[in-house]
Design a protein around this ligand. Structure first.
Ligand SMILES: *Cc1c(COP(=O)(O)O)cnc(C)c1O
Length: 429
């Protein structure tokens, strides 16, 4: 049955070969392509639930809520799947608030609202929805929150998102925990801000929050950040504030390579790191994982259009492009690419895997050793479940891919393929 080879299948991904064909759990990817076309995002409901449960288990000895970061993958069906297991949500816009409400209304009470530039209409919508916590990132935002709360006659629970000045090794575009970044409030001035805020009867200083970046593989920076936050909480209690929540943010990284990776161990290490930083702090812990829950549960299925040689170089041109998955172009991110038909021989080629978009930055892999693929073959770009579909665009007037959610051996279309008509409909001549 399931053949185990020491390649990408050793890591916790739902994609494995059976009878020489690639499957997502119980469903053949060739069948999915046949039925839904390509490019196609494919997600495993089992893997998403499993990843969520890893956090639930690792933190079971503390009062906690796992607030899945919606921006990693904001599909309504995935939000509903997580909400039904008790997830809360970390949102960064009024649009994401609307998504949570549509997916599972009761989950609105477990929403934390992050982001450096919240607008009045977004704050109003979140206050009316009765969300759990605003993560406030500036003095200006705090004043705006107080005035909107007063206008609506509700008290706003808030945390300051402090900037702990901790360095976490990751790509510069997704590192956020240093003073030089636009995010958060200098932890040194936070105490005074809580003091001023407490004078407003419309503001409830309920927590302290931190988020040091994304795709962080070594867990020590989480300990350092939480230790600083915990010490601030002690000061705030001394000042008479009733701090009930400590929000540790998200950012736990995965392994995008083909080396073995053990998600359960990684979450346990992460929990131990947070516990070291928190010490005896008993506040309700909020977690905001995004990537770790959905990245490896999803992949982008695409068909080879052309294999083309230009001088010494070979290009594999797929029907997916940078508008469908921008991570390689934006972050120079690595994604494993595997053929849907398991290669029989050792025949290989070294190629750039690229899309049809008119940009040299439109690539998925450069100088990659691949099994010899040819025109018409299907290939799967792995680990595309996070920051894949949510970062798509219509560049080159390309409709966005469809998305399917595999649940065991059943399949649900959770977003139909866009049409050219969809693209043109907002335009006016
Ligand atoms: C993006 C983001 C997250 C999620 O980050 P991951 O790396 O996907 O876990 C969590 N919290 C905040 C405030 C974010 O901006």
């Amino acid at each position: 049955m399931t053949k185990k080879t020491p390649t990408f299948q050793d890591v916790a991904r739902p994609f494995t070969y059976r009878r020489r064909r690639l499957f997502c759990d119980g469903v053949s990817l060739a069948d999915l392509a046949e039925q839904h076309g390509t490019p196609l995002y494919v997600y495993s409901a089992e893997q998403i639930s499993h990843r969520f449960q890893l956090f639930e288990q690792a933190f079971s000895d503390r009062p906690h809520t796992v607030c899945y970061a919606v921006k990693a993958n904001s599909s309504l069906a995935i939000l509903r799947l997580l909400a039904r297991q008790g997830a809360g949500f970390d949102i960064v816009s009024g649009g994401e608030l609307e998504r949570v409400g549509r997916a599972h209304k009761p989950a609105l009470r477990k929403v934390v609202f992050s982001g450096v530039g919240k607008q009045p209409w977004e704050i109003d919508a979140a206050l009316k929805a009765g969300i759990l916590l605003f993560n406030v990132e500036s003095e200006t935002e705090l004043e705006l929150l107080a005035s909107r709360a007063q206008a609506l006659k509700v008290r706003a629970r808030f945390a300051l998102r402090v900037n702990p000045d901790v360095f976490a090794e990751t790509h510069p575009y997704i590192s956020t925990g240093l003073r030089e970044h636009k995010f958060g409030i200098d932890i040194k001035i936070a105490r005074a801000m809580y003091h001023r805020a407490a004078r407003s009867k419309w503001l409830d200083p309920a927590g302290v929050s931190v988020h040091i970046g994304s795709q962080i593989r070594k867990v020590d920076p989480f300990t350092a950040a939480l230790a600083r936050v915990t010490s601030l909480i002690a000061d705030l209690r001394t000042d008479g504030h009733e701090i009930r929540y400590v929000d540790a943010g998200g950012g736990l990284g995965i392994d995008y390579s083909d080396s073995p990776f053990h998600p359960a161990q990684q979450v346990q290490k992460y929990a131990a790191a947070l516990n070291r930083g928190l010490g005896g702090e008993a506040a309700h812990l909020l977690l905001e994982p995004g990537r770790f829950i959905v990245a490896q549960a999803g992949a982008l299925l695409t068909r080879v259009l052309v294999v083309k040689k230009n001088g010494a170089k070979t290009f594999v041109i797929t029907d997916a492009a940078m508008n469908d998955l921008i991570r390689p172009a934006l972050y120079h991110a690595h994604h494993e690419i595997v053929p849907v038909k398991e290669p029989a021989g050792k025949s290989e080629l070294t190629a750039d895997v690229v899309g049809p978009v008119c940009e040299s930055g439109d690539f998925f892999a450069r100088d990659r050793n691949l099994p010899a693929v040819k025109q018409g073959d299907l290939v799967l770009i792995l680990d595309a479940g996070a920051y894949g579909m949510t970062l798509t665009s219509n560049y080159n007037s390309r409709p966005r891919p469809a998305e399917v959610l595999v649940d065991g051996s059943s399949v649900r279309l959770i977003r139909r393929r866009e049409t050219i008509r969809d693209l043109l409909s907002p335009e006016v001549l």
